[in-house]
Structure formats: structure tokens, C-alpha cells
Design a protein around this ligand. Structure first.
Ligand code: ADP
Ligand code: MG
Length: 405
């Protein structure tokens, strides 16, 4: 049996019109000889009646400090509704489909509510349904604890993870991630109108893009698919465009290579709502940097964009952690300055590795728009800058242009 996992995001299941488009994709898979397993997200986006954020709001209006167990159970309702409505849509067209919660699909997680990790997937129920010709419609983003059957959620964007994990467990031929854009693009199309669709990209690069803010796919899903070498395709529910193929094999076909010739970078990504701390260190005391980061670690503060020198340490935290970080630093002898309302803009591309002039191009693009760089950080495939958030759109556009995306 050739198994195909098809995951449909919030906008793909939000209206009856969209669900019919989903039905067409499922039917097409069946006609091509696949046994599909469908994974769905909650219906709609923030602000819509059955979206995850709405469910959270309803509960928090009742009790701001709601228990994490109930919060997860509440959030699971969004996908349960979507799976039932999707199954009913398929059944209406004579397709044999059955809605399953994460637990019913065999997804066992640890009990870290809100950010649970999948421990294993008991595939017997899914196998049984597939062998009987039934299409399972699995609730994304959720699982069940092993011993007491509590509902858990996998963290935002977790439906992608569900799809990849099911694909891995069932040895699927491919995992298709259907959304409202025609693939992974060279930048968020909401910021850059000229952004183009990448035909093919490696797991590693897309994982970097996802970590650096391209929320079109969850990095965990990419990691799971990479481990089992299962191809991922990101494509649109609403068109027949081929989408973006994500595989290990970045050596593109000859035809593709000429199209993407000399493409140093694959995309520009961004993260918002950051704050930058600059802490003065005593150059006479080499232990001071260590003490700073130990204090932050002891307080459970996750810091990013680390930059350490003899006399100075810089790092960024998410806006939600600013108050806590201030409190921790105020309890020490360190002097520091805080810059709020920052964003991080990154250029990702494995072909940039070792190429001279990449940093010069990056800096010139930003300074050419009079954007001051508060700090840079880089890895061998990514260069990022912390900037003021008010410059974000200009920065993304400038880098997109400078790297000829
Ligand atoms: P879904 O509900 O289908 O999972 P998401 O909102 O999670 O959809 O992801 C799709 C959205 O991701 C797109 O509408 C797009 O605005 C945004 N996005 C951000 N960066 C990128 C990128 N590099 N390529 C494509 N889409 C991107
Ligand atoms: Mg998503």
C-alpha cells in the first residue's frame, strides 16, 4: 500500500468551499493509487470563531490562570471540530472517511502540556482503517498521554509535526503540507510582493528558515521528515501548482540549477517582538561573562543572538521575557542597556558558506536604506541582524533585492 499523508492548514478547512477543494485533493490522491491519511488543523485563523486563539480566549476570559491540562483539552477542540466537519464533507461525496482524535490515531506524547513531544505512534488503528479502505481524518496538533489518556498539544504549528510523524510511522511515500500559498517562498509574501516560490529546497535550509521565522512550516516537522528521509511538499489547496519539494537532495536537476543559478541565498525571514540587552562586562575579570549567562540560565531565561566579547555581552529575548530579564539583571551588579521593539531579519542559504562578500552585501543592503544594525549573528548557512522593528519591512525588501531573490 502506497501511503500519502495530506495535511491541511486552518485556511484550507475554514469554509465549505475550501473543504471541497480538500476533498478534490484527497480524491486525486486516491485516483493516483495512494491510500491517503488526512491531517487537519483548526478551522480559520486568529479572530475566527473556531480558531485556536478564539478557544484560548474563551477559557481565559473565564479564568486567566487556567490549568494547563484544561487549556490543552480546550485547544484540542478546534482540531476535533475540523476533523468531524472534514469527515462529514468527504462522506457527503460518498468517500469513506473517519475522524480520529490524536489519541485515537495512536499518537502518544509525554505530559508536557502545551509543548508535548511525541513519544511514539501506535499505528495499528490507522493501519486497520487503511486496509479497510477508510480514509482517516486525524486531528493535528494533539496527542494523548500514555497512561491516563489526557489530551496534550504539541505547540503552535504542531499539525505539521503530526503529519510528519504519521508519515514517518507509516513509512509514507510523501507528506504533503497544503496551505494558502503555493509553496515556500523567498520571503513572507505578506511583506514582499515579489517573493517567488522555491521549486526545491533541502531539509536543512528550510529548517533554518522555519527557525528564523518562516512560519509556513514547523521546523520539528522538517526534522522528523529528514530523519526518515521522507519527501515533504508544501503546496496550495487552492491551485494545481507543483509546490516546493523538500528533500535531502539539494542537487537540483540540471534545468533547475540553471533557473536558480548562482542563488546564494534561499530566502529572507524575520522574527518580531524581540528586545536586545547589552551588558557591560569587566575585562579584568574573565569570569564575569560566565556569571552573567549562568544567572540568566538559573532564572530559566532563554536567550538568543548571543554575542560575547571581553567588555560586553549582547543577547536578545522575546518581548514577553523582558520584565523577567530586567528583574534578574537588576538583582546583579551588571550595568546594562535595553533596546525594546526589535526584530531579527535573516538571510538563509547553504550556498553562502565560505563565499567572500556575503557579509558586505548584507550590511550594504541594510545601511543603504539607513537602517542601523544593532547586532549581527551568523552560522554557516544564515546571517541575521537585530534591527529596530520599525525598519523591518524595508529591511526584508532590501535583503530580498540585494540577494537577487
Ligand atoms: P496553515 O494554517 O496552512 O498552516 P500558516 O499560516 O501556518 O498556514 O502558513 C502559511 C503562511 O505562512 C502564508 O500565508 C504566509 O503568509 C506565511 N509565510 C511566512 N513566510 C513564508 C515563506 N517564506 N514562504 C511562504 N509562506 C510564508
Ligand atoms: Mg502552519
Amino acid at each position: 500500500m502506497k501511503i500519502l499523508v495530506q495535511k491541511f492548514g486552518g485556511t484550507s478547512v475554514a469554509s465549505q468551499e475550501a473543504r471541497i477543494a480538500v476533498k478534490d485533493k484527497v480524491q486525486k490522491a486516491v485516483r493516483s493509487g495512494f491510500a491517503p491519511v488526512v491531517v487537519v488543523s483548526a478551522m480559520g485563523r486568529k479572530g475566527e470563531p473556531y480558531a485556536t486563539d478564539t478557544l484560548i480566549k474563551v477559557l481565559k476570559e473565564t479564568n486567566l490562570s487556567v490549568n494547563v491540562r484544561e487549556l490543552d483539552m480546550m485547544m484540542c477542540c478546534g482540531e476535533i471540530m475540523a476533523a468531524c466537519v472534514m469527515a462529514a464533507t468527504l462522506q457527503k461525496f460518498g468517500i469513506n472517511a473517519m475522524a480520529l482524535t490524536g489519541g485515537q490515531a495512536g499518537i502518544i506524547t509525554d505530559s508536557q502540556f502545551g509543548a508535548a513531544r511525541i513519544k511514539n505512534i501506535n499505528v495499528s488503528n490507522l493501519h486497520h482503517l487503511l486496509e479497510s479502505g477508510v480514509i482517516p481524518i486525524v486531528c493535528g496538533f494533539q496527542g494523548m498521554t500514555e497512561n491516563n489518556g489526557k489530551f496534550t498539544t504539541l505547540g503552535r504549528g504542531g499539525s505539521d509535526t503530526t503529519a510528519a510523524a504519521i508519515g514517518a510511522a507509516l513509512h509514507a511515500e510523501c507528506v504533503e503540507i497544503y496551505t494558502d500559498v503555493e509553496g515556500i517562498m523567498t520571503a513572507d509574501p505578506r511583506l514582499v510582493k515579489e517573493a517567488s516560490i522555491l521549486k526545491q529546497i533541502s531539509y536543512g535550509e528550510v529548517c533554518q528558515m522555519a527557525h528564523q521565522g518562516a512560519k509556513v512550516i514547523h521546523p520539528r516537522a522538517v526534522e522528523i521528515a529528514m530523519k526518515k528521509n521522507i519527501p515533504l511538499i508544501v503546496k496550495s489547496t487552492f491551485s494545481d501548482a507543483p509546490g516546493t519539494l523538500i528533500t535531502n537532495d539539494c542537487a537540483e536537476t540540471e534545468e533547475d540549477t540553471s533557473i536558480n543559478e548562482r542563488r546564494l541565498a534561499s530566502g529572507v525571514t524575520h522574527l518580531t517582538d524581540l528586545a536586545q540587552f547589552r551588558v557591560a562586562l569587566n575585562p579584568e575579570d574573565i569570569a564575569s561573562g560566565r556569571k552573567l549567562f549562568e544567572d540568566l540560565a538559573d532564572a530559566g531565561i532563554s536567550v538568543g543572538c548571543l554575542n560575547l566579547s571581553e567588555s560586553n555581552a549582547m543577547f536578545a529575548v522575546f518581548a514577553d521575557d523582558v520584565e523577567h530579564t530586567n528583574k534578574v539583571l537588576n538583582g546583579t551588579d551588571f550595568e546594562y542597556t535595553l533596546t525594546e521593539d526589535c526584530a531579527k531579519v535573516s538571510v538563509v542559504g547553504s550556498a553562502m558558506r565560505g563565499v567572500p562578500g556575503v557579509m558586505a552585501n548584507f550590511v550594504a543592503a541594510l545601511t543603504g536604506c539607513k537602517i542601523s544594525i544593532l547586532q549581527t549573528v551568523d552560522s554557516d548557512t544564515t546571517i541575521s541582524a537585530i534591527i529596530k522593528q520599525e525598519h523591518l519591512i524595508d529591511a526584508v525588501k532590501a535583503l530580498h533585492k540585494a540577494f537577487k531573490l
